[in-house]
Design a protein around this ligand. Structure first.
Ligand code: C5P
Length: 227
């Protein structure tokens, strides 16, 4: 079951405070972006990668792709102001495929087994997203005061990849663009079409490298994998 993947990589990484795109920072021996790309480069079911990039970073990224022998990239469109715009830019240059995965370039630790289950479920049901069960007690807080303790049993922390039948995601993205709706993930846009979305249990290792501490966690995850 083949698929293509969209990797938004055009963020500014303000919360990292590195003064550069956080995806260019090294984890162990290579840039975060390369760790992520290599997952899909190695997966024989992945037939194409689309990377949304900042125009001023395209040349550098192209050099990285050559240096690390990443061969599956079919498109490097300009990203947009928000992540959703970057994903949309990729969908616009893609040809028809059955299944598309959207995955944050800043999540280098995604497991192959999770990708496999997402692709399978998207083929069968149309839409599937990765997530993990909430570990902490969850409360709703307003103006510093607890207003509700939310039943943890029903709560999941949502990650990427998110996998969809290509036509379903394109329809959801086109509608969102038309009405000016901005979601925090692709699933939110598909939910608005009333389509059922399935959850695939992922791993707590699949962190999004966001702040400086995440680099420490990331190094630890890599070290643990080498044991
Ligand atoms: O900032 P954050 O880490 O939440 O962004 C998630 C992913 O989306 C990152 O890989 C980032 O590069 C990408 N992004 C993008 N275009 C934006 C904002 C974020 O491609 N305008």
């Amino acid at each position: 079951m083949d698929y293509e993947v969209v990797l938004p990589a055009a963020g500014s990484g303000k919360r990292m405070g590195a003064g550069t795109n956080k995806l260019f920072l090294s984890l162990a021996d290579k840039p975060i972006l390369i760790h992520t790309l290599e997952v899909f480069e190695k997966d024989s079911k992945c037939t194409g990668i689309y990377l949304a990039v900042k125009p001023e970073e395209r040349e550098y990224i192209q050099r990285l792709l050559n240096e690390y022998n990443i061969t599956k990239v079919k498109g490097l469109p300009n990203g947009g102001k928000e992540r959703q715009h970057s994903v949309h830019a990729c969908l616009k240059v893609m040809k028809d495929v059955d299944i598309v995965l959207v995955h944050d370039a800043a999540r280098p630790f995604i497991l192959q087994s999770v990708i496999d289950r997402l692709v399978e479920t998207a083929y069968e049901k149309g839409a599937a997203i990765a997530g993990v069960r909430a570990k902490d007690t969850m409360k709703k807080v307003r103006e510093g005061i607890i207003v509700e303790t939310v039943e943890r049993e029903d709560l999941w922390a949502i990650q990427t990849p998110q996998a969809f039948r290509f036509e379903l995601l394109r329809q959801a993205e086109d509608l969102a663009e038309k009405v000016g709706f901005l979601g925090t993930d692709e699933a939110m846009l598909v939910e608005r079409l009333g389509h059922e979305i399935h959850i695939v249990e992922s791993s707590y290792e699949n962190i999004k490298i966001t702040t400086k501490e995440d680099l420490i966690f990331g190094e630890a995850i890599l070290k643990n994998r080498q044991l």
